[in-house]
Design a protein around this ligand. Structure first.
Ligand SMILES: C[S@@+](CC[C@H](N)C(=O)[O-])C[C@H]1O[C@@H](n2cnc3c(N)ncnc32)[C@H](O)[C@@H]1O
Length: 322
C-alpha cells in the first residue's frame, strides 16, 4: 500500500519545540533540546540510545561514565513524560575485553530511581548478525517498556497479531463450542520477531543482506519502523507526542507520523538529521519505502543455492539423517 499522508495539508517541520507543532526535528545535543521541553508533554519516549560501542557517532568511555551521562538525560526524560506516558528503551550489550555487559540490566536501576514501573522486558529477536568466535552469536536485543504510573495507555487491540489456530473452541464450561480466541487476533507476546535485515523476494544470492532491507540508509544501526509502530499504536492515542531523543535517521518519527501522532526527535549528527528530514518528506510525497507492518518473515524453501550444503562439506556430514 502507498504511504499516503495522514494530514491534508503539507506539514511544517519545526527545528525547535513549539507546543502547537506537528513535527520537530532538532539538530544538536539531547540535553539542549530537553532544556526547552515543558514538564509532562510527551506520551511516548521511544529510543535506542548510543551503546558506548565506539560507533562512528560516539566516543567510547568506561561503562560507569557512560551510565552517569545517561542517568542525567533520563532524569530529564522522566520530567517531560506525561503521567500516563510510557518509555521504551531499546538496548543490546556493551562488550569490553570480551566480557558482555547486558545494558538493560544496568539501565533498570536508573529507571527505578525515578519510580518508573516495568511493564515488559521485550526480547527483540532477529535471525542475522555478526558471527561470534569466542561466545555464542548474539541474536536478540532488549526493549524495556516502563510506565510513569499505574494509569497508562495500552491499546492491545491495535497491535494484535493473527492467531495460529483461530478455529480453536472452548471444549467445556459455559462457553463450550464457542471460539476461544479473540476475533482480532492474539496478544503479540514479549518476544518480537521484527526484522533488521531480510532476504527479499528470494534474492538469496545478494551478499549484503543489510543493504537489501527496503528501509536501509547511511545509519549503521537504525530501527525497523515496524518495531516502533507497535509501541506507537499500543502506547499512545492519535495526536499524542512521540519523542525519540536519539532519533538517528528518524525511524521513530516516521512510525509516529504514519499513525497520526505528533513526532519530535533530536540528533547531534547533521547527516543523520538531514536523512531523517528527507525520509519524512519522502513519506509525505508517497515515495518512502517501508517494510509493511506485519509482513511475514521470508522462509527459505531449501531449494535456494545459499540454502544448500556446499559439495566440499558433504564428507563432514556423511551419515546424517534429515
Ligand atoms: C543507536 S542510534 C539510533 C538510531 C535510530 N534508532 C534510527 O533508527 O536511526 C543512536 C543515535 O544517537 C545519536 N546521539 C548520540 N549521542 C547524542 C547526543 N548526546 N545528542 C543527540 N544525539 C546523540 C547518534 O548520533 C546516533 O545516531
Amino acid at each position: 500500500m502507498k504511504n499516503l499522508p495522514l494530514w491534508d495539508t503539507g506539514q511544517t517541520i519545526e527545528t525547535r519545540f513549539k507546543p502547537d507543532a506537528d513535527i520537530v526535528l532538532y539538530e544538536g545535543d539531547v540535553t539542549s533540546f530537553l532544556a526547552e521541553l515543558p514538564d509532562r508533554t510527551v506520551s511516548l519516549i521511544v529510543t535506542s540510545p548510543p551503546y558506548n560501542l565506539g560507533k562512528a557517532y560516539e566516543t567510547r568511555t568506561t561503562i560507569e561514565s557512560y551510565l552517569q551521562t545517561q542517568a542525567g538525560v533520563i532524569e530529564q526524560l522522566v520530567r517531560v513524560l506525561r503521567d500516563d506516558g510510557s518509555l521504551c528503551w531499546q538496548v543490546g550489550n556493551f562488550v569490553q575485553d570480551g566480557e558482555v555487559y547486558p545494558l538493560d540490566m544496568f539501565y533498570y536501576g536508573i529507571f527505578k530511581q525515578h519510580s518508573l514501573r516495568l511493564r515488559n522486558r521485550i526480547v527483540w529477536h532477529f535471525a542475522h548478525g555478526l558471527h561470534a568466535q569466542q561466545r555464542f552469536s548474539g541474536r536478540y536485543e532488549m526493549l524495556l517498556w516502563f510506565t510513569k504510573s499505574d494509569d497508562y495507555i495500552f491499546n492491545l487491540d491495535a497491535v494484535r497479531v493473527p492467531s495460529k489456530y483461530p478455529g480453536k473452541r472452548h471444549y467445556k464450561g459455559p462457553n463450550k463450542g464457542k471460539p476461544s480466541g479473540n476475533p482480532l487476533g492474539k496478544n503479540p507476546s514479549d518476544v518480537w520477531e521484527i526484522l533488521v535485515e531480510e532476504w527479499e523476494d528470494g534474492l538469496w544470492d545478494i551478499p549484503n543482506v543489510k543493504a537489501n532491507h527496503p528501509e536501509k540508509t547511511l545509519h549503521p544501526c537504525q530501527f525497523p519502523v515496524e518495531l516502533v509502530e507497535r509501541c506507537v499504536l499500543a502506547l499512545t492515542n492519535e495526536r499524542d507526542w512521540v519523542f525519540d531523543p536519539y532519533m538517528g535517521v528518524g525511524s521513530s518519527l516516521i512510525a509516529a507520523i504514519k499513525h497520526n501522532r505528533r513526532a519530535m526527535g533530536c540528533e547531534k549528527e547533521p547527516d543523520y538529521t538531514a536523512t531523517a528530514r528527507e525520509r519524512i518528506e519522502a513519506y509525505f510525497n508517497g515515495s518512502l519505502k517501508l517494510r509493511p507492518m506485519g509482513k511475514a518473515v521470508h522462509q527459505p524453501s531449501g531449494r535456494e543455492r545459499v540454502a544448500q550444503m556446499p559439495p566440499e562439506w558433504l564428507d563432514a556430514h556423511e551419515g546424517e539423517v534429515e
